[in-house]
Design a binder for this molecule. Structure first.
Ligand code: ADP
Length: 236
């Protein structure tokens, strides 16, 4: 059963449809990259997957035990409050709030989950440091640990490597591959980096108002859309 199934989904702003008649699904353990030029509707679709924006038409069905509020979300760097005066461990544990509803305290299980994720991502020794004092790469690891605290089955990452240098970017992609393969957590990543997307992901959704392509990465490489996009040097 699909974790998420989009059936004839259209989404818009004030009557103007920007994403039209989308059909695709995400199965447990999939790694889906959403690619497409600026303005093609990627962020709009992300908002609807997070239930932050209602759809105009069609429906988004959550299955296989996934609840709408149990998606681990890593927002774009530009959306993150970098000046937030919180420690690393406070940022990580805040990922537990979403899936339990707002409670004014954390349980022992929450603390354990946060520590496990910090160990997993090699950031335990940063736990008392202030989030705003970290490098961009460290901040992404902290936000990834936070997202992992919120989910057992699906990570949603919106252009997670923007602003990171090539080495840190490669390390981040490696981490995502490991999490996907070893923990079986499904990954949905909005990406500008088409080469890495095709290399790492199992599936590609290429948006241009509607789905120009949805299928496996291998199929995408062979498809007309994929060949044009990959060969054309236009990685937008
Ligand atoms: P992408 O993430 O692929 O760059 P977006 O989802 O941000 O694309 O945008 C898709 C289209 O929707 C664009 O034409 C954009 O101008 C429009 N759009 C995005 N956000 C809003 C908004 N809040 N109000 C009106 N139009 C919007």
């Amino acid at each position: 059963m699909a974790l998420i199934k989009c059936e004839n989904v259209s989404i818009g702003y004030e009557g103007q449809t920007v994403v039209r008649d989308l059909n695709f699904e995400i199965q447990p353990g999939d790694y889906l990259c959403i690619v497409g030029e600026n303005g093609s509707g990627k962020s709009t679709l992300v908002k609807s997957l997070l239930s932050l924006k209602s759809v105009e038409k069609g429906k988004i069905v959550f299955g296989d035990g996934l609840k709408q509020n149990e998606i681990g979300y890593l927002p774009q760097q530009t959306d993150v409050q970098k000046d937030f005066p919180a420690s690393v461990s406070e940022v990580v544990i805040s990922g537990r709030l979403n899936s339990r509803g707002l409670k004014p305290f954390y349980t022992a299980a929450d603390k354990k989950a946060a520590e496990e994720k910090m160990d997993m991502l090699g950031i335990r020794d940063l736990s008392r440091q202030c989030f705003r004092e970290l490098s961009g790469g460290q901040r992404q690891r902290v936000l990834l640990a936070r997202a992992l605290c919120a989910t057992k089955s699906l990570l949603l990452l919106d252009e997670p490597v923007t602003g990171l240098d090539p080495i840190v970017t490669a390390e981040f992609y490696q981490l995502i591959r490991e999490i996907n393969r070893e923990s079986g957590i499904a990954v949905v990543m909005v990406s500008h980096d088409i080469e890495s997307a095709v290399e790492d992901a199992t599936h590609i959704l290429h948006l241009q108002e509607t789905a120009l392509f949805f299928g496996t990465s291998d199929e995408y490489r062979k498809s007309r859309v994929g060949r044009n996009f990959l060969g054309g040097g236009d990685n937008a």
